[in-house]
Ligand binder design. Structure first.
Ligand SMILES: [Zn+2]
Length: 322
């Protein structure tokens, strides 16, 4: 690409804050790296919701085979991915996005990523480091649900990685994944997550099992999004007339929000997952709130819009918002 030279950037074009994201795959020149950052570092994106600073972090990604999206034949899922220019040799690329909420006095992280246990992951600590933070400075972690790709980063080698943090998990979720009956009834691909859920329960004395849509700190509250798992929750951040809903696994790339009939393989109660998506997408489209979603393309921020009888994901502008 010769038209977009380094000189172009010096003529006032905005540099990308998300390091290297998108440019390399589009075959464009890389912008000059900001001091102290390189293209190898995980991307960061920040936006303000009233008094809150919300930072999207990425633990990494994995490519999911087309067979992992039951409800439609794999060939149809592949065709959808191709139509959206999202087909990879290994399937659909799924991000592992986490979100840090700061209000000047507390730091709350939503989810911890797989922490190196799945795909190309384990980058969350480097992302926090780029913000001048280590895991010991996180006050609380809200766990949207106890699948491996959301709790793997909480523990390593019989140690709690976020030593100081209170952990918030829905009571139904904790009960499900720590119940021996779940382990014996679950397929092999869920066993790692079940083992991790037990470790999280054991290694975090400050773990709190929570009920219903309670407030964690003023302006940060739990939203019941059960269906993907028995105690799957979201987090609403609201201040000064602005709001964001971190919706965990309500959306998977390529197939959602349009494919209300498409599940993710790990969903044990598929009708419940579909019913919650149907309700949630309707509400999200009606409210117009910004949604943050774990597995959507980084930074996973967007809105659900209704268009000609179908839902569509509309990525949100996040940089230079005043
Ligand atoms: Zn997930």
């Amino acid at each position: 690409m010769t038209g977009l030279s380094r000189r172009g950037f010096s003529l006032g074009l905005p540099a990308l804050a998300a390091a290297g994201a998108g440019l390399a795959s589009a075959g464009l020149a890389q912008p000059p790296a900001a001091a102290g950052r390189s293209a190898d570092q995980p991307p960061l994106a920040q936006l303000r919701i009233g008094r809150f600073k919300v930072t999207a972090l990425s633990d990494g990604y994995v490519d999911m085979p087309y067979e992992y999206f039951p409800g439609r034949p794999a060939t149809e899922i592949e065709a959808l991915a191709k139509a959206q220019f999202s087909a990879r040799p290994g399937g659909i690329r799924m991000m592992f996005n986490q979100y840090l909420i700061e209000d000047g006095s507390s730091r709350i992280l939503i989810d911890a990523g797989p922490g190196g246990t799945i795909g190309q992951s384990g980058k969350l600590p480097a992302g926090l480091e780029a913000l001048g933070l280590d895991r010991g400075r996180i006050d609380a972690v809200i766990v949207t649900h106890m699948h491996q790709d959301h709790i793997g980063g909480l523990v390593a080698g019989e140690q709690a990685n976020f030593a100081k943090a209170e952990i918030y998990v829905d009571r139904r979720e904790l009960a499900h994944w720590t119940n021996p009956a779940t382990r014996s009834a679950s397929p092999a691909y869920l066993q790692n997550g079940i083992k991790l859920a037990g470790e999280v329960a054991r290694l975090y004395p400050k773990l709190q099992a929570i009920d219903g849509e309670r407030e964690i700190v003023p302006g940060v509250s739990i939203v019941d999004l059960s269906g993907h798992t028995p105690g799957h929750i979201g987090v609403r951040i609201a201040d000064a007339g602005q709001s964001l809903i971190m919706a965990g696994d309500m959306l998977f790339p390529v197939v959602h929000p349009a494919g209300l009939d498409v599940n993710f393989l790990f969903e044990q109660d598929r009708p419940a997952a579909q019913a919650m998506r149907t309700r949630f997408f309707q509400r999200a489209a009606g409210e117009g709130a910004i949604i943050a979603a774990t597995h959507m393309p980084f930074p996973g921020l967007g809105r659900v819009v209704a268009e000609q009888g179908q839902y569509r994901w509309l990525p949100a502008a996040w940089a230079f918002q005043g």
